[in-house]
Design a protein around this ligand. Structure first.
Ligand code: NYM
Length: 208
């Protein structure tokens, strides 16, 4: 029916929780059920801003911490048109990763870190893939990128815990230690419910 909108669905979690695998499976399942759906990920490394972020993450360049935080946020703002288009979007990381990762650095508070993303399209659902550091360790070594150390990820998890206390966001915690198929089933059920509800509601503004 004309005028109905798609849902904005976000998957968050610490590194190795399985977000990308689950985003891809969810997009496939929703497409098979006849939904118009696309996947998006942040950082989107294909844009000019994304290339600056990519070089930083791969340790090929050094950027001042505030600068890189604002670039991550700008990388979301440059996608706003797409976010507002009306198809259901499944998004691999969003402003929550932005706030959690920067505020895990010394000298940054969560409140400052959230500010640049205030007013972005608000997700209808944020599923947080919960995985303990011990379980994450069983999934193998971290890669070579910035932030991929046990200590840093532990602090990031604490920041996510703080963000999840915010009742203005529709958080759903998912036990990511289950099998890929079980996690997928749970995520698909939540997403279908959200798509149904969101089509009759206006898109909100994040943290406003
Ligand atoms: N990251 C991601 C941030 O520090 N801030 C952000 O706003 C976003 C979206 O980038 N370790 C970090 C988290 C990851 C890294 O993400 C790259 P991915 O999903 O591995 O490409």
């Amino acid at each position: 029916m004309a005028g109905k909108r798609g849902a904005l669905i976000v998957l968050e979690g610490v590194d190795k929780a399985g977000k990308t695998t689950q985003c891809k499976k969810l997009v496939q399942a929703l497409q098979q059920s006849g939904q118009s759906v696309e996947m998006m990920r942040f950082p989107d490394r294909t844009t000019i801003i994304g290339q600056l972020i990519n070089a930083y993450l791969e340790k090929k360049s050094d950027l001042e911490d505030h600068v890189v935080h604002l670039l991550f946020s700008a990388n979301r703002w440059e996608m706003v048109k797409k976010l507002e288009q009306g198809t259901t979007l499944v998004v691999d990381r969003y402003a929550f990763s932005g706030a959690a990762f920067t505020s895990a650095k010394p000298g940054f508070c969560l409140d400052w870190c959230k500010k640049p993303d205030v007013g972005l399209p608000k997700p209808d659902l944020v599923m947080f893939l919960q995985l303990s550091p011990a379980q994450a360790a069983l999934r193998g070594q971290f890669g070579e990128e910035r932030y991929e150390t046990d200590d840093f990820q532990r602090t990031v998890q604490q920041k996510f815990d703080q963000l999840m206390k915010d009742p203005s966001v529709n958080w759903q915690e998912i036990d990511a230690s289950q099998s890929i198929e079980d996690v997928h089933r749970e995520i698909t059920t939540h997403s279908l419910n959200t798509i149904n509800i969101a089509q009759d509601l206006p898109l909100g503004e994040l943290w406003k």
